[in-house]
Design a protein around this ligand. Structure first.
Ligand code: MN
Length: 508
């Protein structure tokens, strides 16, 4: 057996588990090229630099990312800060691994220059992340994996760089990972940064966990055994029944809203059940409720109503043996992978042509973003739109239904006009009224998740009203109304806000 070097044994392990022989050979070739380019270079840990791209690629291989992403990850630091001529490296990558890998490496390198420099540069950074994302979202997968490994070696990084990296991960990377539904990456980005961003609070949570976790894990074992048996006798095939521990930072945030009392947190450890189909999910929930009494108001059906970032699962909290209270999460394998890897999982299914039953909200969101990016070529104009875009992206999302039951994703407080425009521009331009849950509603009425919205149109209507700009919440509706009412718009602003040519005022 050849000598194991630079953590390649782990990479090879993942390659053998999830990829074919051709892909494995390609990855090893990329490793050799990276090792040659980084030869002599060291990490701050004192170890050979190439261990870093190997670790980055290994993470991506573990979550089964397509091979070109794994290969690009191995090569992601070869263009800059090596002793080689960048132009020569670019040529070599293209010749050896093709234009796609070369372009991914190029984009990751470009994004590497994005740095968090405090609040005043926040929007600027966000803009760069959005642009990178709209161009090729795969770049972000590599960037997140790269960042996770850098955070794992953060102890070796001197201040103030250490703090900058932690803040940047917490405030820039983690929210974007979350918006893309990438739960595992978000969790790692936050947990690894937490220690540096707020060491005192970090220590406090760690202490709490040390006191509480072993007890809860022990109690969970009994629950796990009983549930497994019950599912079996009910003839429900469980692909997996396992305990999961809450991410540190997300536990911390929850503690802050629960009087810092860990006894009020029922999902520090939770039981997770993975079953083949959606109907199995509901059947499993029935089996559990037949055995354990559920806590009132804690049964959550995120299957029928996914969370804003697309998360799907059934949650219930039950009184278990010995007075313990546990949360139980039930989902299918596809939903599980989507919850952990978000848009990455979805993207993978789409690319391999396998039909997935996942909600397409994230993918739709990406396309929206790409469209906006195309519309706004000039970056100065982009900055002006960014405030609105940021609101669109990070504000909570709601899910409303057409009368036929199609789901439309909108930002919180969106109106029937937003709804109409998200169906079709022509529907928006000719909307005259709306029925919400079978009752007539004003066009400025804020919608709620679960509302069924029927739009009434009149083809004789001359176009949108500039007045709608006061209540709409989506970028799409706003820009379409503006386009239609351009000539009238200046008059309108003068009329509603004399002397002020600024943004629309909020309505209560
Ligand atoms: Mn790197």
């Amino acid at each position: 057996m050849a000598e194991v070097k630079h953590g390649t044994d782990k990479l090879i392990g993942e390659m053998e588990q999830h990829y074919g022989a051709k892909d494995k050979a390609l990855a090893l070739r990329a490793y050799e090229v990276a090792a040659a380019i980084h030869a002599g270079q060291k990490r701050l840990t004192g170890r050979d630099y190439v261990e870093h791209p190997v670790a980055t690629a290994t993470y991506l291989a573990r979550i089964k990312m397509p091979i070109e992403i794994v290969v690009a990850a191995l090569l992601h630091d070869t263009i800059e800060d090596t002793s080689r001529d960048p132009e020569e490296v670019r040529r070599e990558l293209k010749e050896e691994f093709g234009a796609e890998v070369a372009s991914l490496v190029e984009r990751v390198t470009k994004l590497g220059r994005v740095q968090y420099r405090g609040v005043e540069r926040y929007i600027e950074n966000l803009r760069k992340m959005f642009l990178a994302m709209a161009e090729d979202v795969r770049v972000l997968f590599i960037k997140f994996a790269d960042r996770i490994h850098n955070l794992q070696e953060l102890d070796h990084v001197p201040e103030p760089k250490r703090r900058r990296i932690a803040l940047e991960s917490m405030e820039l990377y983690a929210p974007i990972a979350n918006r893309l539904g990438m739960g595992e990456m978000r969790g790692l980005l936050e947990d690894l940064s937490f220690k540096v961003v707020d060491p005192k609070e970090y220590e406090w949570v760690m202490e709490l966990i040390k006191e509480t976790l072993p007890r809860r894990q022990e109690a969970l074992k009994d629950l796990l055994k009983t549930v497994k048996k019950d599912l079996e006798s009910a003839g429900i095939e469980a692909l997996s029944v396992h305990g999961r521990t809450k991410h540190l930072y997300s536990l911390y945030k929850k503690l802050l809203t629960h009087e810092r009392d860990i006894d009020k947190i029922y999902d520090l450890v939770a039981l997770r059940i993975i079953v083949p189909t959606v109907s199995d999910c509901y059947a499993a929930l029935g089996v559990i409720h037949a055995r354990y009494k559920p806590l009132k108001g804690r049964i959550k059906d995120y299957l029928a109503q996914p969370k804003p970032n697309g998360y799907q699962s059934l949650h219930t909290t039950v009184f278990a043996e010995g007075g313990h209270i546990f949360e139980i999460q039930i989902r299918t394998k596809e939903m599980h992978e989507a919850a952990e890897y978000g848009i990455a999982a979805h993207w993978l299914y789409d690319e391999t042509g396998k039909k997935s039953r996942l909600p397409t909200s994230q993918v739709r969101w990406m396309r929206e973003l790409a469209k906006i990016q195309k519309e706004i070529q000039d970056s100065k104009e982009f900055l002006e739109h960014l405030e609105q875009l940021k609101v669109d992206v990070f504000q909570n999302r709601i899910f409303v239904f057409t009368p036929k039951g199609d789901v439309i994703e909108l930002p919180e407080h969106a109106t029937p006009v937003d709804f109409a425009y998200s169906i079709h521009t022509e529907v928006g331009n000719h909307v005259t009224g709306a029925r919400v849950n079978d009752e007539m509603a004003g066009l400025d009425r804020p919608l709620k998740s679960g509302d069924v919205v029927e739009i009434i149109t009149d083809k004789n209507r001359k176009g949108p009203s500039a007045d709608w700009l006061k209540s709409v919440k989506t970028h799409g509706a706003r820009s379409k109304i503006r386009a239609q009412t351009k000539s009238k718009i200046t008059d309108w602003i003068k009329a509603v806000m004399p002397g002020k040519m600024t943004k629309n005022s909020k309505r209560s």
